[in-house]
Design a binder for this molecule. Structure first.
Ligand SMILES: [Zn+2]
Length: 386
């Protein structure tokens, strides 16, 4: 095809110039260097260092970086990776915005309506919205937990149902598989749970399980699940069983906040009873941590009135109060979720990673509550509007 280029009219030249300057402005936005900050990389803390961001990616981490790019003074500031909430239920885009504004740049949905979730995933490139990874429908029995929320849910009754059910989730492009074992309603038997886990593994999907009883937690671990989306709440696990979990590449998302809040909100018990339960959760989580089991931060919003964003800080603070060192409390919401759910180039401040970063006016290594002191949030190098 022959292309002839006509000279542009002055108005058109003006439009082209405006467009060009917008492009340059957008480019400048995700090109900068943060100098002299204390940086938590997701693994370790480096004092007085600089981080170069180009095209939304972290391209250099060095004491001194010479550049003509805009400089952000990080002196007295703490720079950490963007956070992930590993247990949410989001049903509208505004909730992804609520998360992003709190520095929670990734949320992992643990059961919802599939077609709707796929639409919500389109927000992943929008600066002011958290990336959304989903389980799709959770595996549950007819009339089981998860069927009471007003949208139809495909259920399973027997191990033979697992193959088709998992194939349907894979077809619906889910990121991980979630199973519900909740005996307060009709629930899946363990043979069916084991069959779902096996099928999911054959499709290379991570499998996480909702349990409320310790024995169920142990059983699904033995059946090959990757982790739990709640800690049990009925009885303590034996040291021997915890040691088995620790040797088995198994993680736990304890969701202490929702467990604690549910005592007063749903079970209608006194605050005194709730605080006792909170102490119990912290103790059990610390036992898992001490054995070497990865502990991940998730809060299960909107249950018990929990929000998608700032409430995640409470979970991290609970971990610290439980006796988990602050660096590992920070890992629970940054690098560990990225590792365990294989989130590519996320969760770390490292060269070659996406520039998802939070700058704090404080130091959560010294005082964990400083994670609330947010100065700036960048998603892929662009400032999140707060
Ligand atoms: Zn949940």
């Amino acid at each position: 095809m022959l292309i002839t280029i006509k000279p542009l009219k002055p108005t058109k030249i003006f439009i082209v110039l405006v467009l060009l300057s917008t492009v340059t402005f957008l480019k400048a936005q995700d090109h900068f260097v943060v100098k002299n900050a204390t940086v938590f990389t997701g693994d370790e803390v480096i004092k007085k260092t600089s981080v170069l961001v180009e095209n939304g990616m972290i391209t250099k981490i060095k004491k001194r970086i010479k550049t003509d790019l805009p400089v952000i003074d990080g002196d007295g500031k703490f720079l950490m990776p963007g956070m992930t909430n590993t247990h949410v239920h989001a049903w509208m885009p505004a909730l992804l915005n609520e998360a992003a504004k709190a520095g929670v740049l990734n949320v992992l949905d643990m059961a919802g309506a599939e077609t709707f979730q796929q639409m919500m995933k389109n927000f992943k490139h929008s600066t002011n919205y958290a990336r959304y990874r989903v389980a799709g429908y959770a595996a549950t029995a007819p009339e089981g937990h998860g069927t009471q929320f007003g949208f139809p849910v495909p259920t399973l009754e027997k191990p033979e149902d697992a193959k088709q059910w998992v194939a349907d989730r894979v077809k619906a492009k889910v990121d991980h598989i979630k199973i519900i074992v909740e005996p307060w309603r009709a629930t899946l038997n363990h043979e069916t749970v084991a069959a779902i886990i096996k099928e999911a593994k054959s499709h290379d999907k991570k499998v996480v399980v909702h349990v409320s009883k310790m024995k169920d937690g142990y059983k699904v671990f033995r059946s090959g699940a990757d982790g739990l989306v709640h800690i049990w709440r009925d009885e303590k696990m034996s040291d021997g069983q915890i040691a088995e979990l620790a040797n088995g590449d198994f993680f736990v998302i304890p969701t202490i906040l929702v467990g604690y809040k549910a005592v007063t909100a749903m079970a209608k018990k006194t605050e005194e009873v709730a605080l006792k339960k909170l102490a119990w959760y912290k103790e059990e989580v610390k036992r898992l941590y001490d054995a070497g089991i990865p502990i991940l931060a998730g809060t299960d919003p909107p249950n018990a009135g929990i929000n998608m964003g700032t409430d995640l800080y409470k979970e991290i603070i609970f971990f610290s109060e439980a006796g988990i060192p602050n660096i590992d409390a920070l890992r629970s919401a940054t690098s560990l979720p990225a590792d365990k759910f294989e989130m590519d180039k996320l969760g770390y401040i490292k060269e070659g990673f996406i520039a998802d970063m939070i700058m704090l006016d404080g130091n959560p290594m010294k005082n964990i509550k400083d994670i609330e002191k947010i100065n700036t949030i960048w998603k892929a190098g662009k400032k999140v509007k707060r």
